[in-house]
Design a protein around this ligand. Structure first.
Ligand code: SAM
Length: 333
C-alpha cells in the first residue's frame, strides 16, 4: 500500500507541473494553446506565485531552445529526428512542435508514463473537442486504451523503474528506429527513481543506438535532463521536507550534490559531451534584455533572493553521443 501511495504522489507531480504551465500561460509568460485541454477545469485553477511562473518560464524556454537546436542539426544532416519524452505527463511539446517550423523534421515522437497517466492522456487527446487529435491524423488505441499510436505520435504506458530490456522492446516495437538521430527528454522525472533505475534506462538507449552511431555520421543520440540537484544544503533540505510531507521522495537527487556532478550521468555512459547550467545561470546569461524587460513587467516579484535560491537548485543538463569521426558535431556547444 505504501508503494501505491508514493507512486500516486509521484503521478500527482504531473498535475503540479501542468498547473504551473497553465499559470505561466495565463500570466503571459508562455504561449501554449494546448495546455488548458490537459488540465481539468482549467478556468477554475488558481494562478501560481510569480516565483513559480518565472521558474516555469525559464525552464520551458531553455528546453524549447535545446529541442529546436537538436531538430536544426538533424535537418542540416538531412535526417528526420526522433524524440522520446520519458515521464511526459501532460506535456504539450509534441503539439507545439507540430505548429512550428520544425514539423517536417519530426519523425516519431514518443511519450512514456505510468499507465494511469497515459490512459487519461489518451482519452483527452482523442476527444475531438480538445483540438489535440488533428495533429495526429488517424490514430488508434492499444493496450486497453493505455497506449495510442498514430503515424508520428506514440503514447506508451510503463513503469520506468522496471528493467528496460523487459519492457522496451515490446513497447517500442518497430516504431523506434535505431538509425535516426534521437533525443531523450527526461524533464523532471529521474529524480523520482533510484540511480540504478535511471542508469539502466540510459544504458538501454545507448545499447540500442550505438551500433548505428558507429557507422553513420553524425549518427547522434542526445540526452536532456531537467531536475533538482544539490539538495544537501539548508535550502535543499526545506525543499525535500516539503516534498516528503506529500509522500514524494527523491532517491535520484542523492548522487548529484553539485552542478559539476550532473554531466557524469551521461559522460560515464559513453556520451561524447555534456554540459549543465542552473536555471539561475540561464536566466541571468541566456535570456535577451528585451525579453527580460517584457517578463519583469508581467507581475511584481518581491522575493528576488528567494527566486535566486530556487533557480540555483534546478538545472538542465544536455549531452550528445556522436561517432568518433564526427566528434566535433554538437548542437549545443
Ligand atoms: N515531463 C513532464 C513535465 O516536465 O511537465 C511531467 C513531469 S512530472 C513532474 C513527472 C512525471 O513522471 C509524472 O507524469 C509521473 O507520472 C512520471 N513518472 C515518474 N516516475 C515514473 C515511473 N517510474 N514510470 C513512469 N512514469 C513516471
Amino acid at each position: 500500500e505504501r508503494a501505491y501511495d508514493s507512486d500516486a504522489a509521484v503521478r500527482q507531480t504531473d498535475s503540479d507541473a501542468a498547473l504551473a504551465r497553465l499559470s505561466a500561460v495565463r500570466k503571459g509568460y508562455l504561449n501554449d494553446r494546448f495546455i488548458s485541454s490537459l488540465v481539468p477545469r482549467a478556468q477554475l485553477q488558481p494562478l501560481r506565485p510569480p516565483l513559480i511562473n518565472i521558474g516555469t518560464y525559464v525552464r520551458s524556454g531553455a528546453i524549447d531552445r535545446l529541442v529546436e537546436q537538436w531538430l536544426e542539426l538533424s535537418k542540416s544532416e538531412g535526417q528526420l529526428c526522433q524524440i522520446i519524452s520519458l515521464g511526459a505527463g501532460s506535456d504539450t511539446r509534441f503539439w507545439r512542435l507540430m505548429e512550428g517550423p520544425w514539423k517536417e523534421q519530426l519523425g516519431a515522437y514518443f511519450e512514456l508514463d505510468f499507465p494511469d497517466v497515459t490512459l487519461k492522456k489518451a482519452m483527452t487527446v482523442r476527444n475531438p473537442r480538445n483540438g489535440l487529435s488533428a495533429a495526429l491524423g488517424a490514430s488508434e488505441l492499444d493496450l486497453g486504451g493505455q497506449a495510442l499510436h498514430s503515424s508520428r505520435y506514440h503514447l506508451l504506458p510503463c513503469d520506468l523503474r522496471k528493467p528496460p530490456a523487459d519492457i522496451f522492446p515490446g513497447l517500442f516495437k518497430d516504431h523506434l528506429s535505431p538509425a535516426l538521430p534521437t533525443l531523450l527528454l527526461f524533464e523532471c522525472v529521474l529524480v523520482y527513481m533510484s540511480p540504478e533505475a535511471s542508469s539502466a534506462l540510459i544504458e538501454w538507449f545507448v545499447d540500442f543506438f550505438s551500433p548505428s552511431i558507429q557507422i553513420s555520421t553524425p549518427g547522434t543520440l542526445g540526452g536532456m535532463v531537467y531536475e533538482m540537484f544539490g539538495l544537501e544544503d539548508a535550502f535543499g533540505q526545506v525543499m525535500m521536507n516539503n516534498l516528503r510531507a506529500r509522500n514524494v521522495s527523491l532517491p535520484g537527487a542523492k548522487p548529484y550534490p553539485s552542478l559539476e556532478s550532473l554531466p557524469a550521468r551521461f559522460l560515464s555512459r559513453g556520451f561524447t559531451s555534456a554540459k549543465a547550467l542552473t536555471l539561475r545561470n540561464i536566466r541571468s546569461s541566456y535570456i535577451g534584455p528585451s525579453e527580460l524587460e517584457r517578463i519583469s513587467r508581467l507581475e511584481m516579484l518581491d522575493e528576488v533572493e528567494e527566486l535566486n535560491l530556487v533557480l540555483e537548485h534546478y538545472a538542465i543538463t544536455w549531452s550528445v553521443m556522436v561517432s568518433s569521426s564526427a566528434a566535433t558535431v554538437s548542437p549545443w556547444n
